[in-house]
Design a protein around this ligand. Structure first.
Ligand code: ZN
Ligand code: ZN
Length: 281
């Protein structure tokens, strides 16, 4: 049976694998298709496409956008994005600047707490356009200022801890529209994690194409719950591991194996969407 992982991160955001390493794991695990969904970034897609092609794996270019609706945070996965789309690239560059500013603010708060972390060390470690909180945590560990990542989050970086800085988020309606104008499909990521059930009807009205029913942190009951919601609203179904690298000594990729028939449904919807885009323009 063919299967896919449609939720993966590389070191172009806060993952630790390079695109080549990630594609290598995908090949070893026998995946037929992979999607790259780095946070607010499509920079890794070209290398991931090449690495997947070399390994005989079908590749879907994507990204994961941090968004909000009625004060609820949600993550929007965009699939089949045109990674050269100018509006998409302009908006992503804007999100990345906001992310970089947030790093500066988090480090300033740490310094006020007499934790002498240098902002340059975070950016050097992140080495990407789309840095995030995990990079601050890793830099703290590397500088010997905390013993491990858990301590970094528990003492400083978790929501409402002293070095936490709220994240600026695009409106979900804008996020969905941004994905669509770049020729992509917009999917709500891990609804079970963000507890976003009550906003699903609004998202459907805004053109949401699907929901991520299968995710490492979804229980079987949760996946079933979201499959029923997908059915009720005629939404596409996706799934992925949300692999950021090694987790407890093993790469997280491989924990979710989405049956390939769901990828075929995505491709059909994407073909239809492209046709209607070309009719409009
Ligand atoms: Zn997410
Ligand atoms: Zn993710």
């Amino acid at each position: 049976m063919k299967f896919a992982d449609l939720h993966l991160h590389t070191n172009f955001s806060d993952g630790t694998f390079s695109p080549e390493e990630l594609a290598g794991h995908g090949a070893r695990l026998g995946f037929a298709a992979l999607a790259l969904t780095d946070h607010d970034s499509v920079e890794g897609c070209a290398r991931m496409a090449a690495a997947c092609a070399a390994a005989g794996i079908e590749f879907i270019p994507g990204a994961e956008l941090t968004a909000e609706h009625n004060n609820t945070e949600l993550h929007i996965l965009g699939y089949f994005l045109d990674t050269q789309n100018q509006t998409l690239l302009t908006e992503i560059a804007r999100f990345q600047i906001v992310r970089q500013q947030r790093i500066h603010e988090m480090v300033a708060r740490l310094n006020e707490l007499n934790v002498p972390l240098k902002v340059e060390s975070v950016f050097a470690l992140a080495n990407c356009m789309s840095p995030g909180r995990p990079h601050v945590a890793r830099a703290l560990v590397k500088a010997g200022l905390v013993a491990n990542l858990d301590e970094a989050f528990d003492r400083f970086l978790k929501k409402n801890r002293p070095a936490w800085v709220p994240k600026a988020r695009v409106s979900a309606l804008e996020g969905i529209a941004l994905v669509h104008q770049a020729g992509g499909l917009a999917i709500m990521a891990h609804p079970g994690l963000n507890r976003t059930d009550e906003i699903i009807p609004d998202m459907v009205d805004a053109g949401l194409d699907g929901i991520e029913c299968f995710h490492t942190k979804h229980s079987t009951a949760m996946s079933q719950h979201y499959l029923e919601i997908a059915d009720r609203f005629h939404l596409l179904v996706t799934g992925g591991s949300d692999c950021h690298g090694f987790s407890k000594g093993k790469p997280l990729i491989g924990t979710v194996k989405l049956p390939y028939e769901y990828v075929e449904k995505l491709k059909r919807k994407h073909d239809e969407a492209l046709k209607s885009l070309s009719v409009e323009s």
